[in-house]
Design a protein around this ligand. Structure first.
Ligand SMILES: NC(=O)c1ccc[n+]([C@@H]2O[C@H](COP(=O)([O-])OP(=O)(O)OC[C@H]3O[C@@H](n4cnc5c(N)ncnc54)[C@H](O)[C@@H]3O)[C@@H](O)[C@H]2O)c1
Length: 469
């Protein structure tokens, strides 16, 4: 089992680390050589690696949050042994147990993680428990597939990343931004990095979902027997039960019943923002911001703003200067760069603005528009076929393969931790109502002390709950 393997790896938690298998920094040729795929057709594992404990080198997986999004993921993990299921909703747990009758069942994820034969955890609980489950699981040497977003405040994302950097020599992690797997994600990165739009300046990302809530659902009395409301709340403050939190009609959509409420989620900046900004993040190879400003609906202590526009100043790296990344949500949109480009026809999209052109994209398609008289494309260093960045293909499969050997995934918790720390700072700036300056190494807002204790900077937990356990 990987958790016992003894490779060593130096990790500096304050700095971004070199990207992994599908990194935009790594060509297809180099990727194939690194993984052994070029010569053998299958992955050569590092010596000393021990596979999963299950028969036939299968991973023993615990699914925490066993229905909803969890159910959507069954088809991607049922090649492995599902040895544990955990859900606070007894009906959901019973449905999961019908699919995986050999698995032990739990209501409390902390007890589930004590099961001795677990190799890996797939976690699909509400956002308010993501960082805790991730850290507790990595502390026990388990590989982790964590649904997005990685945390419900900047500090949580930062702590998950730090825990991962300490354990990266023995655990494989993947953040649930599965759209990353398609080739469009890598084509965008190549175009941007190889200068198709000249020098990169601004990146705009957006999502058009809205909500109309102004407060938590009202008290609706005692929860039904099949729902453990106390464990559903978990680390979040006491709050009355209401069945509306569970009123989603299709698996994987119930999150829209609770993720606008501050205790439980971060609305679209953490929801679809994770997916959209992932495409940008993959292309721009960014660290966290030095400055953050935001505008939107008036601050409401109960719910996240439906309309939000958050701008992040991201430091230069070795191939580009400082850039500005903007997330537009709930009606905010970047200006159309040309009259005939209608950005609002794209519900969730991104636009990269360079000195010689723009690239507009959704999850599946992209267009390049050279702009200005000097935009003759001679400066574009087009890749040859063998230089093309490999698409991940099977996103969950990449994590399973990584857990069995090379530990390399595209959306590990180093990459995703920096992205989610950044996005959560957008909600801090919205509450602060002023531009914030951020010390990346220290993880502190330097020009407004109060911002460092705002809930999307650092949440507080109910008694009995700890982030690191
Ligand atoms: N990657 C994607 O495309 C995608 C799609 C949908 C949802 N998601 C993410 O998946 C997560 C779950 O979303 P959902 O719509 O399935 O929500 P949901 O409310 O249906 O919750 C999922 C399951 O977790 C259970 N659960 C809740 N709290 C729990 C706890 N403390 N311990 C154990 N089980 C618990 C619920 O009973 C339910 O069965 C969210 O974080 C969401 O962002 C990702």
């Amino acid at each position: 089992m990987n958790k016992n393997s003894q490779q060593t790896h130096q990790a500096d938690a304050s700095k971004p680390t070199a990207r992994s298998a599908g990194s935009t920094l790594m060509s297809r040729r180099k990727f194939l050589a690194t993984t052994g795929l070029a010569t053998t057709g299958f992955t050569i594992l590092p010596s000393g690696t021990i596979y999963g404990q299950g028969a036939g080198n299968k991973l023993n997986i615990a699914i925490i949050g066993a229905h909803g999004r969890g159910q959507q993921l069954y088809q991607h993990i049922n090649s492995e042994n599902i040895v544990a299921l955990c859900d606070v909703n007894a009906k959901n747990l019973a449905m999961a147990a019908e699919t995986f009758p050999k698995a032990k069942t739990y209501v409390d994820w902390r007890k589930c993680l004590e099961q001795k034969d677990i190799d890996a955890v797939v976690c699909c609980t509400p956002d308010s428990t993501h960082a805790m489950v991730a850290i507790w699981a990595m502390n026990r040497g388990y590989h982790v597939y964590m649904e997005k977003p990685l945390g419900n405040c900047a500090y949580e994302a930062r702590m998950v990343r730090e825990c991962y950097l300490k354990n990266r020599h023995k655990v494989a992690t993947q953040h649930g931004t599965q759209r990353h797997a398609g080739s469009n994600c890598q084509r965008i990165a190549e175009l941007v990095k190889r200068g198709a739009i000249g020098e990169l300046r601004d990146v705009h990302t957006w999502g058009n979902r809205t909500h109309s809530m102004t407060d938590y659902y009202p008290d609706a009395g005692t929860p039904p027997d099949h729902i453990n409301w106390d464990l559903w709340l978990g680390p979040s403050p006491e709050r009355p039960f209401n069945p509306e939190y569970f009123a989603g009609t299709r698996p994987g959509t119930n999150c829209l019943r609770w993720n606008m409420f501050r205790s439980f989620g971060s609305w679209q900046v953490g929801d679809m923002g994770s997916h959209v900004v992932d495409f940008a993040w993959n292309a721009i190879e960014a660290d966290r911001p030095t400055k953050i400003s935001a505008t939107g609906d008036d601050f409401n202590p109960a719910v996240c703003p439906s309309r939000l526009q958050a701008a992040f100043t991201l430091p230069a790296n070795d191939w580009r200067g400082e850039i500005r990344l903007v997330w537009h949500q709930g009606g905010y949109m970047p200006n159309n760069p040309l009259e005939f480009v209608g950005l609002n026809r794209i519900s969730h999209g991104m636009m990269f603005v360079g000195s010689r052109g723009i690239l507009v994209s959704d999850f599946n398609n992209r267009v390049i528009i050279p702009t200005g008289s000097a935009a003759d494309m001679t400066y574009f260093n087009a890749p040859s076929e063998e230089d093309l960045l490999p698409a991940v293909g099977n996103f969950m499969g990449q994590w399973i393969t990584a857990a069995k050997g090379n530990l390399k995934t595209n959306c590990d918790f180093d990459y995703a931790g920096r992205m989610i720390e950044t996005l959560m700072l957008g909600l801090v700036a919205h509450e602060a109502g002023t531009e914030l300056e951020y010390d990346i190494a220290a993880g502190r807002v330097t020009n407004m002390e109060a911002a460092n204790s705002m809930p999307y900077f650092k949440r507080t937990y109910r008694d009995g709950w700890a982030l690191d356990g």
